[in-house]
Design a protein around this ligand. Sequence first.
Ligand code: ADP
Length: 595
Amino acid sequence: MNKKKKGLSHLFEYTGKYKVLTILSCILSGISAILSLVPFICIWLVVKELFNNIPDIHKTQGLSFYGWLAVYSALLSILIYFVSMMLAHIAAFRTAKNMKRKALTHLMKLPLGYFSQTTSGGLRKIIDDNAGLTETFLAHQLPDLSGALLMPIAILILLFAFNWKLGILCLIPLLVGFLFIKHLMSGKNAKFMSKYMGALEDMNGEAVEYIRGIPVVKTFGQTIYSFKSFHSSIMKYKEFATTYAINCRIPMAGFTVSINGAFILLIPVGILLIAGANDYNMFLLDLIFYILFTPICTAMISKIMYASDNIMITKEAVKRIDSILEQQPLVETKTPQVPVNPNIKFNNVSFSYPNSDKKALCGISFNLPQGNTVALVGPSGGGKSTIAALVPRFFDVQSGSIKIDGIDVRNISTKELMSQVAFVFQDTHLFKSSILDNIKIAKPSASREQVINAINAAQCNDIIDKMPNGLDTVIGEKGVYLSGGEMQRIALARAILKDAKIVILDEATAFADPENEYKIQIAFEKLTKGKTVLMIAHRLSTVKNADCILVIDKGRVKEKGTHDELIKKNNVYAHMWKDYQTSITWKVGKEANHA
Ligand code: ADP
């Protein structure tokens, strides 16, 4: 794509071969607008003819000709406008389709990490709504705009041709109106549309996330917490909308008053000018003509104003679709290699997230030999999830390398990498389809038998038993929802079914009650047995048996070793362990007191 092109000319890149139709529709709309003026000229000619022949009205000529001319030109104007609209709609539908297709195809090529940074609600809005806005613009506003632009020009020419003094009188309020609009569209308001649409997207995204989370929120009574980010996005939107409305107050009022007040100047000054006119009849005739035309002129100016508002919206809409297309797709190697042994090596890996200058990881090196378990521990925000996300290439490292069996992950095809790695992260997403299908996503060729085995191993039997249609129950339908802990177990069943050599898991405990937690522990053990495991641990009890523990803080490896080695060192991990022990004793003590 030609990145230099900006704004509406860039929009035509999406229009493709339908550009011709769009241009044709604009031309036709312009012709139709000019034709719609002919009846007004006919009226002027008729009145002139009558004036010239008063009182011998029967001497008038050509009245019926003017009448028919008015009828034919009005009909022709409507017909041409209809054809113009048809062409515009065809081009608009195709353009919106092209936009959506391009964006969706591109999304499929993006690294998975992109989706963790963008809410699905926000993405839907970017693609759907912005393609929709562009469609409306091309189907209605652009052809109307060409008509609306041509008409005032034609009217002005006519106005000056009849009587230049009255022409200037008509022009003054229009010019004042334009000045107000110019003020409205420049300065701090110019950037408003982009910020406004950003805030709208945020609010939409948060709304979708909020609604999606309702079942979990209800189960765990976290209403205020989950509403917080949705609420702040609403407030941000409100702030933008209010600021804009306040900024627009004066210019908008000025515009409306000057445009609609054209008569205030025209009628009294017109009457005053009659006294000095050479030919009273002609002057009166011209004045009538101007009084007839002024409302059309003001209507057209209003149309142009709203259309220019829409041009800003459409430019922004195209920019937002572009923002998806500008995301770098995951680079697929041309000479893919296949790792045989599942050992992982991080070599001096540094990484910053695409939207941030801060280094999330800085010079991380460690080995994860085949069949071993490496546990990542450390404070929140230290970089554990980032390390885990880099192995399946949610993002690519900026320096250093991650190798599986000596092969850089960038030299392994995405398909192969995905087949070798199973990952279970905290935010499990289940589709609105049967539990069977939800689990089979991990391995579409799996038999029902294999799925049932995975369910048994993941301790999900109780979930299936309570479902109205067992394995075939559709999640999200008729009030069938799972708790956070249950979703985790379904995610574990997925990973068990996949039976990949490498397992990356985030040992989430946030949503698990004791019953679920116990079952999740057993499922973890089944999933990780005999595998190469990289695990983000939140409770230190589970890392005691790991082959190697890495303490990650501020994007660096602070300590490395087995549990016993690190306890002996009596440093960061040993302190964490002590705190952990204290918290357990405290918890147990508290429970005993309650009993
Ligand atoms: P942990 O898993 O140890 O809690 P993370 O790997 O999630 O830590 O975060 C490491 C750093 O990267 C933090 O400073 C965090 O703010 C930042 N970070 C995490 N995810 C993103 C993201 N999607 N975009 C930008 N920065 C991020």
